[in-house]
Design a protein around this ligand. Sequence first.
Ligand code: SAM
Length: 215
Amino acid sequence: MDRYKKLREWMVETQIVERGIKDKRVIEVMKKIPRHLFVPEDIMDDAYDDRALPIGHGQTISQPYIVALMTELLEVKGDEKVLEIGTGSGYQAAILAELVKEVHTIERIEALAEEARKKFEKLGYKNIKVYIKDGTEGLPQEAPFDRIIITAATPKIPEPLIAQLKEGGIIVAPVGERYSQYMLKAEKKEGKLEEHYLIPVAFVPLIGKYGWQDS
Ligand code: SAM
């Protein structure tokens, strides 16, 4: 068994299953995707550590448990069209691409988006599309979405994203202050979000028209 596969199994057992992630499809995909290929080469050996890691441009790849939790909270079954705001390394998008029909992912930093695009091509993902723009405005040309995931900290859910979420759809995002937030899971019912705040988290900020205004 290769070294990274062993590290991945250890990561899933000790960080994900032990903390209560139950969705078998999420557990399997976390065992499968080579997280070390989504971090800079000089820190590949840290890829399976229980923490977020730097990916350049002041941004991060989220902690494995947080990726698993957000994926589980989305309650995907297989035929969904998903919008992700904050491509970053592309790891979360790759996880989702294994579990749903289509992933549309938006990144505001061109270099990160281009790198993620290359990785998706190399790994053979045909159901991920990367866009370079302000994700707080969503992607009206592809709406509506069954699920939306925001992987950067937002003061509130941007209005355009609520509009672009299907009725009955789910949105998952870290919502709160710039440096500390709560993970929010919300379901759209009769045009409004029914919100459930879960655990405290700390994400890098969502910068844009409907997020934080400055960098
Ligand atoms: N999902 C990523 C992964 O799997 O590596 C981690 C995302 S990182 C925590 C947050 C990302 O959101 C950063 O790459 C940042 O540049 C991006 N971001 C911040 N504001 C954004 C915006 N308005 N639109 C699109 N991306 C944004």
